[in-house]
Design a protein around this ligand. Structure first.
Ligand code: ADP
Ligand code: MG
Ligand code: MG
Length: 206
């Protein structure tokens, strides 16, 4: 069973990872965007932590819906509403108690919400390139009977591979798409942050 503390640990771990990698994320965004992705997410996840301290959640769903709402409200930039939708839809899709299979299905639904909002598909060089493979890896791990730590590790690895696979792609969504061919050869910042966030989930379950 996945409990409230696990999801709190996930948001805290994500906040630490984003802080640690803030300058790298902003540097990736400097190459193909407007050089604010690391600062956007650092501010957003700091606010997530504050809101969760001020209004302590009593269920996994509350942790995730609170995190998503805060990201939508506090992050200026495309990534706020997109990550906000991921966390809100993920939280709203969870049935209590949260099983690994339930989480995997809810995560798929969260990724679909991001795809709907951003009108992006895998291959467009966005965070979807990390999130969609992570969702598939998680579902497959569950079907194969993996435990939560193994399943989250597989999802994190798929996200990391998906992020690196954005390097040769030409961006078709978001600011980077304005660069056309010149977006080729750089890792997408949102895909890189999605890989960090999935790694934080695996660490939270370790
Ligand atoms: P902004 O581009 O508004 O400055 P950020 O720099 O915080 O916002 O986030 C940029 C990231 O958001 C991109 O690297 C990409 O992964 C993601 N992104 C942008 N547009 C879309 C979209 N339409 N669908 C999915 N992800 C997107
Ligand atoms: Mg930006
Ligand atoms: Mg911006």
């Amino acid at each position: 069973m996945l409990d409230t503390d696990l999801f709190l640990a996930w948001t805290e771990g994500a906040a630490r990872a984003v802080r640690l990698h803030r300058d790298r994320l902003t540097g990736l965004d400097a190459a193909i965007g407007d050089a604010d992705h690391g600062t956007n997410l650092d501010r957003g996840f700091t606010e997530v932590g504050k809101a969760l301290t001020e209004w302590p959640p009593t269920s996994p769903a509350q942790v995730l819906v609170s995190a998503g709402t805060t990201l939508i409200r506090r992050v200026g930039g495309a990534s706020g509403p997109l990550y906000g939708s991921l966390f809100r839809q993920l939280g709203k899709s969870l049935d209590a108690p949260v099983t690994l299979a339930g989480f995997a299905a809810a995560f798929e639904s969260g990724v679909q919400a991001v795809e709907r909002l951003g009108k992006a598909a895998q291959g467009d060089k966005t965070m979807i390139d990390a999130l969609a493979p992570a969702a598939r890896a998680l579902t497959q791990a569950v079907q194969e009977g993996a435990d939560e730590h193994k399943a989250f590790e597989r999802a994190a690895r798929a996200a990391e591979e998906g992020a690196k696979a954005t390097i040769p792609l030409r961006a078709r969504k978001g600011r980077a798409s304005y660069l056309g061919e010149r977006s080729i050869g750089h890792e997408d910042p949102g895909a890189a942050s999605a890989a960090l966030i999935m790694a934080a989930l695996a660490e939270a379950a370790a």
